[in-house]
Write a protein that binds this ligand. Structure first.
Ligand SMILES: Cc1cc2nc3c(=O)[nH]c(=O)nc-3n(C[C@H](O)[C@H](O)[C@H](O)COP(=O)(O)O)c2cc1C
Length: 340
């Protein structure tokens, strides 16, 4: 039997052996607070590679120290981060998975000592710090930090870069009128609210010619906020700029209630995929192999991103293959080529 979930997918010259993607998930495990890779990361990500995930996207990794969500986040703001990330990428690739990294800046959702920054000086909620409104110089430096992060990711051997523009972090804060009340060229119209993302993508592209993903929050779930249709023009621009795939998530730019159920974000992926004619990833409460297969076969997305289900079961791909009647490689000690 064949299953689309287990068919390869190629972007540029990078082929994922199947359509199963480990979604980025913060592990808050860089315990020395310096953003470095530790044993936890080596074990955690490599386990999913052994478990036959096609593409593993390493958690939100901060492009500046001020852009961390917490002090325990991974970082890529310094050349000193390259060595640990390179080792991690090597470990994952040894097992036949491809590896991506999510480049991130937390903006007003940073829970850190000191100043935090955002498009406008509006706190996320009553418990959060009020951020400083970014100056044009701050914006320039942030765009450059994403470019430098991409350059380091390339040196570390990553196959894919994903720009984090979702979940109410910095870039999402610029996109949404709920968090962006600027009156300069970075606020107001949709073109202006998109401007920082445009600059980040262009800057990343100066140092990176591999597969490029952008993760978006396609619904703000609040009156006056963005809805999936608003992301169609954004997605068209991203495609024109050379983005290869849009990873479609939702929410968290404001503390609104989200009514979630299996596949609740899949229609947003469809809206963007059909509206902008761009490949998409679907994510959110997808746990069953048959559900994943349905999404792909009905052309509702091109890749399936799994988060919590892969925390529960690093061998989900193996179970999915069995359930879908597909035969896949056994996990094997790489060099000896044992087969069991
Ligand atoms: C522990 C945890 C950490 C997460 N960290 C990130 C992150 O770093 N970047 C991101 O874009 N999403 C993050 N997410 C969201 C997931 O990638 C995913 O979109 C969400 O959990 C829904 O998918 P699921 O139902 O398969 O878990 C995180 C989710 C969890 C559970």
């Amino acid at each position: 039997m064949t299953a689309k979930l287990f068919s390869p997918y190629t972007i540029k010259d990078v082929t994922f052996k199947n359509r199963i993607v480990m979604a980025p998930m913060c592990m808050y495990s860089s315990h020395n607070e310096d953003g470095h890779v530790l044993n936890w990361h080596r074990t955690h990500y490599t386990s999913r590679a052994v478990g036959q995930v096609g593409l593993i996207i390493v958690e939100a990794t901060a492009v500046t120290p001020q852009g961390r969500i917490t002090p325990q986040d991974l970082g890529i703001w310094s050349d000193e981060h390259i060595e640990g990330l390179q080792e991690l990428a090597g470990l994952v690739k040894e097992h036949g998975a491809k590896i991506g990294i999510q480049l991130a800046h937390a903006g007003r959702k940073a829970v850190l000592e000191g100043e935090i920054i955002a498009p406008s000086a509006i706190a996320f909620n009553e418990k959060s710090k009020t951020p400083k409104e970014m100056t044009l110089e701050d914006i320039k430096e942030t765009v450059a930090a994403f470019r430098d992060g991409a350059e380091r990711a390339k040196k570390a051997g990553f196959d894919v870069i994903e720009i984090h523009a979702a979940h109410g972090y910095l870039i999402n804060e610029f996109l949404s009128p709920l968090s962006n009340q600027r009156t300069d060229e970075y606020g107001g119209t949709k073109e202006n609210r998109y401007q920082i993302l445009r600059e980040v993508i262009d800057a990343v592209k100066t140092v990176w010619d591999g597969p490029l993903f952008v993760r978006v929050s396609a619904h703000d779930y609040q009156e006056g906020g963005l809805v999936p249709e608003d992301y169609v023009p954004f997605a068209k621009w991203m495609k024109e700029q050379g983005v290869d795939l849009i990873d479609v998530s939702s929410g968290a730019v404001v503390p609104a209630h989200i009514h979630s159920y299996p596949g609740y974000q899949v229609p947003y992926s469809e809206t963007i995929r059909n509206g902008a004619d761009v490949p998409t990833g679907a994510v959110g409460l997808i746990t069953s192999p048959a559900h994943a297969e349905e999404i792909l076969e009905n052309n509702r997305a091109d890749l399936i991103f799994l988060a919590r289900e892969l925390l529960r079961d690093p061998y989900w791909s193996r179970r999915a293959a069995k359930e879908l009647g597909v035969s896949i490689d056994s996990p094997k000690p790489y060099e000896r080529g044992w087969n069991f």
